[in-house]
Design a protein around this ligand. Structure first.
Ligand SMILES: *Cc1c(COP(=O)(O)O)cnc(C)c1O
Length: 494
């Protein structure tokens, strides 16, 4: 499989180069040049999560050797990193299942990609004959940052810098990042929102000033703009499906709908790739909070970031520019890079674009969007706990609500809701939904939540309270490029 830019026609490259580069030099994203991969779920029957991962990665990352893929998979999806032997277990509820994606080291779904990506990146780097340092720039809305810091800690020749919105992440997310281990990591708060952080990282890739500061240092990214993030996420759509067949909830080849709490559109795009590869997916439901830019887009075909930005209790979805949507536009338009360039230019200059009616039509065949208010999100957490003793986090609750709205339109096929974070990661909000307690302190809330529900606090969160914060830098949003250039000079000097 070869990869090509969403914004220009001519060049293609193998996956290793795309993984090392992260972002294309024309500002586009790498997308499969020809989506001809077919993986039938029948062929994966009875396989472990690791075996399914090997099979799918081998198809999408076809320039890796089988041995390398195996090594990457077994190093990532192991009992030292995941506290459930199934890696991605399912929890049944009254309207389908939750696919629990939070059993990794940082208790959010980003771990499924970021435990394996350092191995893929270093193998790619060697594979294309590069040497020297790799600087990994990452913007985070809360969960990617910690997952990247954890995945890359002390990985040789890699240096990770994470930018997070100083006032846009939960206290626990912030503490997770600021206490990160590793001599090769750095965490910087930005007085701005996630979109400001993401823009800084994207601009750095295109900046001559940063490039000149790099002298022998290669820039890369751990955001879902990197296909090394995206491809591993295809695996759990398959594992969920096979697990459902095994449990007798569906028959092989029945169509299933997946409901995905969405921010940057990476997770749900992996679902789209799974569908394209032959997994029987009926619909992909894009669930949003009050930053409902995608809900509007999927309804009207107009994407407009000209709207107020809301800080919500599902902060990892507080995003107005969903980067990976660009890949969907490209793939669904039959690789029309001219169209994508035009639309992205309009987004950049006017803050909005409208896709042609035919493209909207074909997107709507698979995708539906729903959003809910903070109050409805809270109600879902409370209802599920009271009625079924299942505890979910606010992101998952937004998706649960989207499924409810989808059902109200008369759809009855089997549904899997992606559960993207442990409820303990958002203890204070979750606790206030299910009880009258409202502690000031996040760790008090965590303990209360454990006590009331009888659920175990994940180890990585339990230890946080005792850890020392190591990082304290906060910058203004217009200082990003200078900060990155200075960092690159520092790296190329020693
Ligand atoms: C990142 C994240 C999301 C959104 O995923 P995207 O791939 O950005 O759409 C949803 N929920 C949680 C908990 C997350 O960390």
């Amino acid at each position: 499989m070869l990869y090509t830019s969403t914004r220009s026609k001519n060049s293609t490259c193998p996956s290793q180069e795309a993984i090392v580069q992260g972002l294309c030099s024309d500002g586009g994203l790498y997308a499969p040049a020809d989506l001809n991969v077919k993986v039938s779920p029948e062929a994966l029957r009875g396989m472990s999560y690791q075996k399914i991962a090997e099979t799918i990665l081998k198809e999408y990352l076809s320039d890796f050797s089988t041995e390398t893929i195996q090594r990457c998979v077994t190093s990532a999806y192991c009992s030292e990193k995941f506290d459930d032997p199934q890696i991605v277990p399912l929890t049944g509820f009254s309207d389908g299942v939750f696919t629990d994606l939070w059993h990794g080291p940082t208790s959010a779904f980003k771990d499924l990609a970021l435990t394996i990506m350092p191995y893929l990146l270093t193998a790619s780097y060697q594979g294309i004959g590069k040497t020297g340092k790799i600087a990994i720039l990452t913007a985070t809305s809360g969960d990617t940052g910690k997952a990247a810091l954890s995945g890359f800690a002390d990985v040789e020749n890699t240096y990770v810098t994470v930018f997070y919105p100083e006032n846009g992440v939960s206290a626990i997310q912030k503490k997770q990042m600021k206490t990160s281990r590793g001599a090769n990591v750095c965490v910087i708060g930005v007085n701005g929102n996630f979109d400001d952080c993401q823009r800084t990282v994207k601009e750095a890739f295109a900046s001559e000033y940063v490039k000149n500061a790099c002298r022998g240092v290669t820039l890369s990214s751990a955001n879902s703009i990197n296909i090394g993030r995206l491809v591993p996420q295809i695996v759990y759509y398959y594992s969920t499906y096979l697990n459902l067949v095994e449990k007798g909830r569906i028959k092989m080849n029945d169509e299933v709908t997946f409901v995905v709490p969405t921010g940057n559109f990476g997770d749900v795009l992996a679902g789209y790739l799974a569908k394209k590869s032959g997994l029987p997916i009926h619909r992909l439901i894009v669930a949003s909070n009050s930053n409902n830019v995608l809900t509007d887009f999927l309804k009207t075909g107009t994407y407009s970031r000209n709207r107020p930005f809301h800080e919500t209790i599902s902060p990892s979805m507080d995003i107005l520019v969903s980067s990976n949507l660009e890949r969907l536009l490209f793939l669904e338009s039959g690789n029309d890079s001219g169209l994508v360039s035009t639309l992205m230019k309009q987004l950049d200059e006017k803050g909005e674009y409208t896709v042609p009616a035919s493209l909207l039509d074909s997107i709507q065949n698979t995708f539906r969007g729903f959003w809910c208010t903070e109050e409805d999100c809270r109600k879902e957490i409370r209802a599920l706990w009271e009625e079924e003793q299942i505890l979910i986090d606010p992101h998952t609750a937004v998706a649960r609500n989207a499924l409810r709205q989808y059902r109200a339109e008369g759809n009855s096929e089997y549904a899997a809701v992606l559960s993207t974070a442990s409820p303990f990661k958002f203890s204070r909000d979750v606790l206030s939904c299910i009880s009258a307690y409202e502690p000031e302190d996040d760790f008090d809330a965590m303990h209360q939540l454990a006590e009331i529900t009888g659920r175990r606090i994940p180890a990585g969160l339990a230890e946080l309270e005792m850890l020392e914060e190591r990082f304290h830098t906060v910058i203004e949003k217009n200082q990003g490029i200078e900060t990155i250039a200075a960092k690159m000079r520092e790296l190329s000097d020693d």
